[in-house]
Ligand binder design. Structure first.
Ligand SMILES: O=P(O)(O)OC[C@@]1(O)O[C@H](CO)[C@@H](O)[C@@H]1O
Length: 433
């Protein structure tokens, strides 16, 4: 699916172009994290826009989507007031996770939402939103996903219908072409992020989504580490692949289809799909979303239905397993992952991280130089890793200088508008003795 608008920032394309890094990495060589962490402190910045515009809009959307009672409306009012005019309040002692958040938020409470790390502020906002609608409470709203109506509408929409129909054509394509198309489908599925559409710059997001539907050939890959990704998963090897999911619906469906391809073509013997334990960043996938997507697939005619049937069986035999580790909703970079998750990723042949937020957590939410090495930035990560992400925030590393130069001269908001994407991968770090 490559075309002339696809940057070929692959292997051997010059310094900084480490989209697919085969070189052994010394796990101790990661540069010191001396750049300041991104906050919403700069007026006009992307982070500021999310905190100042997107979050209040989201409160309104959630409020409108459910017949909430007085208690929820009051809690939403007070959250809105706090994020727009107030300072960050801690969770109450009655909250089941207040100790965890007290620890994670040490030094942040009592400050403006704009002055603390952006990633922390976003993550805590979602935790507070769930609290306001009674998600963790003891009442009848317990466990009711406030984002479910948006996710459901998307799954029932015409776009998904069309994407599933397209699988019938793809079924006859040679395996290599099919693999390439399915990988790109999973990558660009990340553009269909419901939170992104709540953005103040909604029209950019909508245009981006339209152009995906129009033609994946319009894609602009700023880095393409897919050759290494495929080399890491040769057919017939007993690989375990960890897929860290991002959004439900239009992203999770192509992710599941890619997973089916890996299993069916014996590029993986087993796949572990990691999802969120509770609703997060509007459309992030949870177990219930996996079930909804699998149902959507199995109920579809043709190739989509066959894929759904195979995945359903894979769940039963254990070749596809779903996990929901609490760390996936933590406001922390992967560098601070707990030991059990580290061991899990270390045991995988390859870990594929989907989406923008996972990318920020992988490389660190800082304004790195875009030509910093992806391999070096991720040297701490246990085992081989690949990132599949459309660009929806300021953070990026691993670009070739020539690619960066072109992007910087394009006069577009290429870092944040979701019009560009990347695939970056690297082998497991060399063991240190
Ligand atoms: O991880 P995803 O779904 O690809 O993207 C999530 C995301 O676009 O939402 C946030 C804004 O709400 C961004 O900071 C973030 O990167």
């Amino acid at each position: 699916m490559g075309d002339s608008s696809t940057y070929t920032a692959g292997e051997g394309d010059g310094p900084g172009a480490d989209a697919g890094s085969d070189a052994g990495i010394d796990a101790g060589s990661a540069v010191a994290a001396d750049l300041p962490v991104i906050t919403g402190g700069v007026p006009g910045s992307f982070a500021r826009g999310v905190l100042a515009d997107r979050h209040p809009a989201l409160i309104q959307q959630v409020r409108d989507a459910f017949p909430y009672g007085r208690r929820q409306h009051e809690a939403l009012d007070s959250l809105l007031d706090e994020i727009t005019h107030g300072v960050i309040e801690p969770l109450g002692p009655e909250d089941h996770d207040h100790e965890r958040w007290a620890e994670w938020g040490r030094g942040h409470f009592g400050r403006s939402w704009y002055d603390v790390p952006f990633l922390w502020a976003e993550s805590y906002f979602y935790r507070r939103l769930l609290g306001a609608v009674g998600y963790f409470g003891t009442g009848p709203w317990r466990g009711v996903d406030p984002f479910a109506p948006f996710k459901r509408a998307e799954l029932r929409g015409e776009a998904v219908e069309e994407e599933l129909r397209a699988l019938d054509v793809l079924a006859d394509a040679p395996a290599e072409k099919r693999a390439e198309a399915l990988l790109l489908g999973s990558l660009w599925g990340n553009r269909a992020d419901l939170g992104f559409r709540v953005s103040a710059d909604e029209r950019v997001g909508e245009r981006a989504a339209e152009s995906v539907a129009a033609s994946a050939v319009d894609s602009a890959l700023v880095a393409d580490g897919s050759p290494l990704l495929w080399r890491l998963l040769p057919a017939g090897s007993p690989s375990t692949v960890a897929v860290v999911a991002d959004n439900a619906g239009r992203e999770l469906i192509p992710d599941l289809i890619l997973i089916d391809h890996l299993l069916e073509h014996r590029r993986a013997e087993r796949v572990v799909l990691h999802v969120k334990p509770y609703p997060y960043f509007v459309s992030d996938a949870m177990m219930s979303d996996v079930v909804d997507c699998l149902r959507r697939l199995t109920e579809a005619p043709g190739e989509a239905g066959r894929i759904g049937g195979r995945l359903w069986k894979a769940m039963a035999t254990g070749s596809l397993e779903v996990r929901a580790h609490p760390f996936f909703c933590a406001p922390l970079p992967y560098e601070e992952m707990p030991e059990d998750l580290r061991a899990e990723f270390a045991g995988a042949t390859l870990t594929v991280l989907k989406g923008d937020l996972n990318y920020r957590r992988l490389v660190g939410d800082r304004l790195w130089s875009a030509t910093d090495s992806f391999a070096v930035r991720t040297a701490y990560f246990p085992g081989a890793v690949a990132a599949l992400r459309t660009l929806k925030s300021d953070v990026v590393v691993g670009l070739a200088p020539a690619v960066l130069d072109t992007l910087e001269h394009s006069g577009t908001a290429w870092r944040t508008s979701g019009t560009h994407a990347l695939i970056q991968s690297r082998r497991a770090p060399e063991p240190r003795f």
